[in-house]
Design a protein around this ligand. Structure first.
Ligand code: PMP
Length: 430
């Protein structure tokens, strides 16, 4: 990459949540191996992000690469309308076998946000098919489910970055975000507001959607599993569908295969994405029960109304198969448990720092909540200068490293965070 390319980037290319007039700096990454990103000047950065929860095996994994090369040589894409191919069948079989029992009808699509759109559409079509249309989805404040319209409409209505589209979005109902933390004791009475809400509004509600246990973009909050059990129970009682958005949490990130496993609940509709392909390609899956799929299919419409051009892209399915096979053979649980221990031990002392409000760790997720917002361009620059790739947001510096990270590399990430706290210019003064 030449300087020219960087100028072109600045002038012509949008980056996520970035201004075109005052763009945040971008760093030229020319390759990535294992847990390292390699900059064009040869510097190597330890990756603390897994490219937003996705690259769980690290980059350029030789086995996934090999499977993908083999698939390219056969075909990288073919339409899914009227055609089926081996990578899709293998992937759906793997998902049906490894996801909670009964979730056996799989819809493959392009991205996490689209998986959420599909889940919402399934719920709406299900109620229509039952001759009892329901038009509202119940969601959690501080929730986040993606950037497309349906997904935005079930993300936090006030504080999310989507409030600017509010007048154009369908109106949904929102429950207050769970207050009882993951590690706290559940108290009698915690369930009152949830139960009351369901009993008052259930007749209009087609489905409830939640990020199980971890509210990510809405604040990296870890809430008590009892909320999930309660939600499952109330959904059963009032006949409401339960959609679990495990796009960020799925495939072991929280220390369980799914975050729902902390509460032993099975949703009616499950959304997967991000780490599904080991972060190699964009792909998502929405799974549901046969009786839901059959109700939708036996309606007047006769089918589920969705069918993206790149549905079940064979190359992405091949990557997902390779990733799932690695997870199967390579005790992901032990890696995540070790990362969890190192994060807990390494981050705990930071709680005494005046800049730190809270430290929390769950599985391979470590969060340092700061009392001030970070100056993103400054702190990112500081991290790069110190050999690590960490991208905080608002007042949250967090780590979601690849499962293959070494102890030494993880300690470097933790030390970098510790040192960053003593640089006043990394934070916006309040
Ligand atoms: N749901 C959750 C919980 C997410 O974290 C995200 C992505 N950050 C999405 C949905 C949307 O996924 P994608 O960015 O692949 O559209």
């Amino acid at each position: 990459m030449k300087n020219d390319d960087l100028d072109f980037d600045k002038k012509h290319i949008w980056h996520p949540y970035t201004s075109m007039t005052h763009p945040l700096p971008t760093y030229p990454v020319v390759s990535a191996h294992g847990y390292e990103l390699i900059l064009r000047d040869g510097r190597r950065l330890i990756d603390g992000m897994s490219s937003w929860w996705a690259a769980i095996h690290g980059y350029n994994h030789p086995i996934i690469n090999q499977v993908m090369h083999a698939q390219i040589n056969r075909m990288s894409h073919v339409m899914f309308g009227g055609i089926v191919h081996p990578p899709a069948v293998e992937l759906c079989r793997r998902l049906v076998n490894t996801m909670p029992t009964g979730l056996e009808c799989v819809f493959l699509a392009d991205s996490g946000s689209v998986a959420v759109e599909i889940a919402i559409k399934m719920a709406l079509q299900y109620w229509q098919a039952r001759g009892n249309p329901r038009y509202e989805i119940l969601a959690l404040r501080k929730g986040y489910h993606g950037d497309t319209y349906g997904a935005m409409a079930v993300s936090d209505p006030e504080n999310s970055m989507h409030n600017m589209y509010q007048n154009y979005l369908p109106s949904n109902r929102f429950l207050n975000s769970p207050t009882r933390r993951f590690e706290e004791n559940w108290q009698k009475g915690d369930e009152t507001s949830f139960s009351q809400f369901f009993s008052q509004h259930h007749k209009k509600i087609a489905a409830v959607i939640m990020e199980p246990i971890v509210q990510g973009v809405g604040g990296m909050r870890f809430y008590h599993p009892e909320y999930l059990r309660l939600t499952r129970m109330l959904c059963n009682q009032y006949e409401i569908l339960f959609i679990a958005d495990e796009i960020a949490t799925g495939f072991g990130r929280t220390g369980k295969w799914l975050a729902c496993n902390y509460a032993d609940v099975t949703p009616d509709i499950l959304c997967l994405g991000k780490a599904l392909t080991g972060g190699m390609m964009t792909l998502s899956a929405t799974l549901t029960f046969r009786h839901i799929a059959e109700t939708i299919s036996n309606s007047k419409a006769g089918c589920f109304m969705h069918g993206p051009t790149f549905m079940a892209n064979p190359l992405a399915c091949a990557a997902a198969n390779a990733s799932l096979s690695l997870l199967e053979n390579d005790s992901w649980y032990q890696h995540v448990e070790k990362i969890s221990t190192y994060l807990s031990v390494g981050l705990a002392p930071l709680i005494s720092h005046p800049k730190v409000r809270d430290i929390r760790v769950l599985g391979a997720i470590g969060v340092v909540e700061i009392v001030q917002e970070v100056n993103i361009s400054q702190i990112q620059h500081w991290f790069v200068e110190n050999g690590v790739w960490i991208r905080p947001f608002k007042n949250l510096i967090y780590l979601t490293p690849p499962y293959i990270i070494s102890k030494e590399a993880l300690m470097k990430l933790i030390n970098a965070i510790a040192m960053s706290l003593d640089q006043p210019e990394n934070f916006i003064s309040s």
